[in-house]
Design a protein around this ligand. Structure first.
Ligand code: PAF
Length: 290
């Protein structure tokens, strides 16, 4: 017989409240296990599965949260249209070896009036920051809450959302939070397109055009690495190529310092080439190490 405090050998436990989450996590802790949190907004794909596998490889018990967080969407953004497939997500998590899925309601995440938010300054001044006002405050606040609810040893995030990853690393460092933040490589389709829950918005024609972003990122990384052009020249050429290739709006295409996210003229140290552009109703972001 399995006692309440003992985790089951296998299988996915779906929990909906913070109390249930803490009970399930503490059963693993009492069995001497470490815990790895994978925060997600659901509509899971191979990229998310790689985060669960990253946790397993480090010996952590994977705990995945599924919550489409309203506070990180702007009023004109896709919160209500954001893809949701809870049962499909649970199946993927089960197959990946995840042990706890935390799928709270909005009231469970934000009970009553919320007067507290978390803001990370500086590295949110550029890139997506000014284009999505309030977005990173929404992300930093919900991730803080998820970390405090699950109290993991590590939390896993994809490098695809590179600015988000840096914001969370900085928040954890500045607030002395006792969690290790692990950045995992972007998972790509066979042709190079970065996996994203929003890729399902793309029509077949847009899907073909979307690959242009990855191709231009590779080109800029090569050009800048080889010192064949300045960052400004290389990214201006890439932005034009995206527009010529059918992108409607190039929001940014730039080379930044890998940690401070400040724009660079020449990539002498660790750098990232990073872009955001719109294709029809879909906003795509991607980045590569230089
Ligand atoms: O990357 C995401 O899916 C979200 O921004 C996150 C980290 C789960 C916070 O809602």
């Amino acid at each position: 017989m399995i006692k309440d405090s003992q985790p089951q050998e296998r299988g996915l436990a779906v929990v909906r409240t913070v109390a249930e989450l803490r009970k399930a996590v503490s059963a693993f802790r009492m069995a001497g296990r470490t815990v790895g949190l994978v925060p997600t907004m659901g509509a899971l794909h191979e990229g998310h599965v790689s985060l669960v596998k990253g946790a397993l490889e480090r010996g952590d018990v994977p705990v995945t949260s599924i919550f489409v967080n309203p506070t990180q969407f702007g009023p004109k953004e896709d919160f209500s249209a954001y893809p949701r497939d809870e049962e499909g997500d649970f199946d993927k998590l089960r197959d990946a070896g995840c042990r706890i899925a935390f799928a709270p309601s909005k009231d469970e995440m934000y009970p009553g009036e919320q007067l507290t938010t978390v803001t990370v300054a500086g590295i949110t001044d550029g890139l997506c920051g000014p284009l999505r006002p309030g977005h990173f405050q929404g992300v930093a606040t919900v991730v803080s809450k998820l970390l405090l609810m699950a109290m993991p040893d590590r939390a896993y995030f994809g490098e695809k959302d590179y600015q988000q990853l840096q914001v969370i690393k900085r928040m954890v460092r500045d607030l002395s939070m006792p969690f290790e933040i692990v950045g995992m490589p972007t998972v790509r389709e066979a042709d190079g397109l970065a996996m994203s829950s929003r890729n399902r918005y793309l029509s077949p024609d847009e899907r073909t055009k979307a690959l242009g972003m990855y191709k231009q990122l590779v080109k800029v990384a090569d050009t800048v690495r080889g010192g064949k052009a300045s960052c400004a020249e290389a990214t201006a050429t890439a932005s034009q190529a995206l527009r010529d290739g059918g992108f409607d709006i190039v929001e940014y295409f730039t080379v930044v310092d890998a940690e401070s996210l400040k724009p660079l003229e020449h990539a002498a140290g660790p750098a990232r080439v990073i872009a955001a552009a719109r294709l029809g109703r879909t906003r795509l972001i991607d980045n590569l190490a230089v």
